[in-house]
Design a binder for this molecule. Structure first.
Ligand SMILES: [Mn+2]
Length: 218
């Protein structure tokens, strides 16, 4: 096929042997989708119509139960308490794609339900680098004490799983710490009040490859 706009010639890899051409055409017709989509999915090993359809038309009902994620019950308890008290909730995020989206998701959600003061902190990539840092935690603490007389909840988004020392520091300052992260946990975990990370030992949540925003959403 030649695309006149780019003058590039596109050659399609043929689908693996077990998915014959006729089946690709038939699936495309049956599901009412372009053949190219069926072909791409077949190359990625998805040729079952039901699975393909489920993938292409995702629904909330397909999501695994949130309480399967280790630490969820405790996180819900802490956040409900913060909402009722109310205590400030500070989302400590990350500057990359899943960090910013995770931070926005949590902040917008708590803003929408509107019961507790909600704020976020995203470290500067160049001057602060990735993860929680002591100066930022101290600054958040100072401003929360001034404004609300309470350190409140420090809720990480896409970071924190390796920040053992900083989490200790935050706990000493009086924060209740919830970690939500998807990065590989170190051998010993931070002493947070609860940790949500599908990769932590003993977590039964079936999707192990969530991005930071997926953990935040769950
Ligand atoms: Mn990230």
């Amino acid at each position: 096929m030649t695309l006149p706009l780019t003058e590039k010639i596109w050659l399609f890899r043929s689908a693996p042997g077990e998915v014959p051409e006729e089946q690709i055409k038939k699936t495309a017709q049956d599901l009412g989708i372009p053949e190219i989509i069926v072909r791409i999915m077949a190359l990625r090993g998805v040729s079952d119509n039901d699975i393909l359809n489920e993938f292409l038309t995702p629904a909330l009902a397909q999501l695994p139960q949130p309480h399967l994620m280790k630490g969820m019950e405790k996180a819900v308890e802490i956040l409900l308490d913060a909402l009722k008290s109310p205590k400030p909730i500070t989302v400590f995020g990350d500057f990359d794609a899943d960090g910013v989206t995770a931070t926005s998701l949590l902040t917008l959600f708590f803003n929408k339900i509107g019961a507790a003061p909600i704020q976020y902190y995203i470290p500067d990539r160049l001057s602060e680098g990735y993860g929680m840092n002591s100066d930022a935690v101290k600054k958040i603490h100072e401003s929360n004490m001034l404004q609300w007389g309470n350190a409140g909840v420090l809720l990480t988004a896409d970071c924190g799983i390796s920040d053992i020392g900083i989490v200790d520091e935050a706990k000493c300052l009086g924060f209740t710490v919830i970690i939500t992260d998807h990065h590989k946990p170190p051998a010993s975990l931070p002493m947070a009040d609860t940790i949500l990370n599908p990769l932590q030992p003993g977590c039964l949540f079936p999707c192990k490859d969530l991005a930071g925003v997926g953990v935040a959403f769950t």
